[in-house]
Design a protein. Structure first.
Length: 341
């Protein structure tokens, strides 16, 4: 169905640009109806919005670019270096990094699958088209450098890098290249992480522990600390909690983001070798993992506009009267509805 939406969306555009006679008008009407129905169906699937700064999706569907098309020019060299930094971050910037020793040993790709190109795999498809943009978390207009440094600071629990240095320039060049074909201000369906529908009860860490034991532990380890590569230059299976994992200010520490990511992408060998998760399993395992110990940093300055906190941001104060506990585990529907009034 996804492929059809792309084709139909393109058709519609070319028709509207040519002179429309009556038979074309009929086709146009049918095509438009199909597109609208498809877009509506996709929208309903997405559930209630989790945060305000999620850009609205349009009918455009994300298609991963072919990295063999990166040009063989100086610019292309920079783009390739950026891709390599995203795939092998730890090699360059990890505890034994060749360029600097400033991050926790994880790679950007551990969370931005296929170097940030996989559909619903937290890809960079909507970055070039939507940045610079206002983000509630900082209360400022952020450019790509700021956003990348946010992930270095929080997800890689590291030290931010110089924006004019070759490493930042390379990562930004690559991220821009990934999304270069997406029109300005559009975030295609399939870019980033999917918003799961809320469940009617709080996400349950005890149930989540069972999911973890059955479906995650064989790779991520009984104590969630992952498995290092033989030369310790990075991880074969990245950690889910503990000293080398993302810190409490990271995006995955919000259980809606974690659940959305793992629902579509974990177990890593699904659907070939193992069953994908249900939505409920995804919410519960998110609650379990984000109840385990991990590095803490003080992000007391986040969300200067308190009303802009996503429903699953677990740190008060809140304007809506719900507890920190409910903002961490849910149920979120009540919070979301209360805010709409
Ligand atoms: C522990 C997981 C994790 C790691 C490691 C990580 N990120 Fe992220 N990143 C996220 C999450 C979660 C988001 C927020 C996605 C969302 O809210 O839709 C994000 C968002 C981003 C965005 C903005 C995407 C958008 O569409 O607005 C960029 C750019 C980004 N990361 C770059 C990087 C880079 C570069 C690295 C490595 C230096 C990195 N990230 C490492 C989890 C991670
Ligand atoms: C077959 C092995 C395997 C299984 C099973 C598996 N994972 Fe993963 N997981 C991986 C690999 C490999 C990566 C990194 C992907 C990459 O770098 O391309 C990853 C990455 C992740 C990440 C982002 C990086 C991080 O460490 O924070 C999360 C979160 C995650 N897995 C959660 C889960 C959960 C929850 C389960 C169980 C429902 C699970 N995984 C099951 C192999 C697995």
């Amino acid at each position: 169905m996804d492929v059809n939406i792309v084709l139909l969306a393109r058709e519609t555009k070319s028709y509207s640009m040519s002179v429309i006679n009556s038979s074309r008008l009929l086709v146009l009407t049918i095509t438009t109806t199909v597109v609208i129905v498809a877009v509506l169906a996709a929208t309903i699937n997405r559930g209630l919005p989790i945060s305000k700064d999620d850009t609205e999706s349009t009918g455009l569907v994300w298609e991963p670019p072919d990295t063999s098309q990166i040009p063989h020019t100086d610019e292309g060299l920079l783009i390739r270096y950026g891709r390599d930094l995203i795939v092998n971050t730890s090699w360059y910037l990890g505890p034994k990094g060749k360029v600097a020793k400033i991050t926790n040993g994880m790679n950007c790709q551990n969370c931005h699958l296929d170097a940030g190109t996989r559909t619903w795999g937290n890809n960079y498809g909507g970055v070039f088209s939507t940045y610079p943009k206002y983000r509630e978390r900082s209360g400022t207009i952020e450019n790509i450098y700021k956003r990348v440094n946010d992930c270095i600071d929080r997800s890689l629990n590291g030290h931010i890098i110089d924006t004019s240095g070759r490493e930042m320039q390379a990562m930004a060049a690559y991220i821009n290249w990934v999304g270069q074909k997406i029109p300005k201000n559009v975030k295609p369906t399939g870019a980033g992480i999917r918003d799961l529908s809320f469940i009617d009860r709080p996400a349950d860490p005890a149930k989540g522990q069972n999911v973890f034991i059955q479906k995650c532990q064989r790779c991520h380890g009984a104590n969630g600390s992952g498995t290092l590569l033989f030369d310790s230059s990075g991880y074969l299976y990245p950690p889910l909690w503990g000293d080398n994992s993302y810190n409490t200010g990271a995006g995955l520490y919000r259980i809606g983001r974690f659940a959305g990511f793992v629902r579509d992408n974990m177990p890593f060998d699904a659907p070939h070798n193992s069953e994908p998760l249900t939505d409920e399993q995804a919410w519960d395992v998110a609650a379990f993992v984000n109840s385990q110990p991990r590095p803490q940093k003080d992000y007391g300055k986040d969300y200067p506009n308190i009303a802009g906190k996503p429903v699953d941001h677990p740190f008060g104060p809140f304007i809506d009267g719900f507890s920190e506990e409910q903002h961490k585990y849910g149920p979120f529907k009540a919070i979301s509805l209360a805010r709409k009034k």
